[in-house]
Design a protein around this ligand. Sequence first.
Ligand code: SF4
Length: 400
Amino acid sequence: GQCILVCPTGALGEKDETERVIDYLYDPDIVTVFQFAPAIRVGFGEEFGLPAGTNVEGQIIAALRQLGADIVLDTNFAADVVIMEEGTELLGRLREGKRPTFTSCCPAWINFAEKHYPDILPYLSSTKSPQQCFGVLAKTYLPEKMGIDPSKIRVISIMPCTAKKDEAVRRMLRIGDTPEVDLVLTTREFARLLKREGVDLRSLDPSTFDNPYMSAYSGAGAIFGTTGGVMEAAVRTMYKVLNGHELEGVVIDPLRGFEPVRTATVDLGGDIGTVKLAMCHGLKGVRTIVEDVLAGRADFDFIEIMACPGGCVDGGGHLRSKKHYQLHARKRRDAIYDIDRTKPVRQSHNNPQVQRLYEEFLGEPLSERAHELLHTRYIRRKKEISQTIHDIWREITMST
Ligand code: SF4
């Protein structure tokens, strides 16, 4: 008879993601490109016993180099790129009278919208998330600049949640047959990888980025990791686009805070004038806001949604202390605002590497190439499923 070996958990034959990273690192034919999200640097130290909110960006770079990473870059750079695209897209939509626009950088929110509120999808920004903008540029722009064969590149992300793993395998986020992002490790998995390879974060001297294409970031890119950050970053850039000069006092206090839903009115000047903004974090408040928009009761221009309470600084892939949960999230957020405060460049459009990317590769925001690489579409999952059932039923009835 036939003997079939069945693994009850499905784990047999499946590799732990950290093992796959090790395979890439030891393969001489592969060029590994690492990125880590804005929130990682302020949450990762806790895995090694450092106080919440310690900024370990330099130690993460050093740790990746010690592991054998070929190129260490920063998702924060891509967050600046997202602002260039999303800010421009938003201004265009406002001029066409399309309102509101929802942010699209949190994949847990995208999944929620696709499954539960497909009618809201036309209101979502088409700009890809920083993780995916990074991935696609790391496989197109970067190899062109560095003279690397793009097929040798593997992009590995270190992200604050597992939703980023789902995002990386979406079929519309591929370049031909190749995923834009090959592997995603959560904060916890990255800690496990370092411990397994004998790298102790605490004993490492901080290092710095050395890549001239995709590692520099502005304060605006850094604050993506906390609730209200995308909004504040976008306002800084849209203001400059509309008025030709920088917004004075780049910190926009009404956009900062921890209330689950916050609203603010900001004067952007130019032909747009005053805009009404809303920020929502944690999925509880999202339902209300989405239902209000669909029923025509909401009066907003731009709505930022982060599925995790607090935003990515408290993403599900981070270490979580039940007892000090709120306190730790606040410390991580404060650390993110400190990074912004101390950055010489505070606006995405003033990031010299972003300027270079547009000058030498993309042209303008929303150019044909930018559109092709940095924008995506969403699927009405509910409808897709019912449509499939409908099709099957029709086939059955027609064939009988
Ligand atoms: Fe992931 Fe949470 Fe950030 Fe959304 S808010 S991208 S689910 S960590």
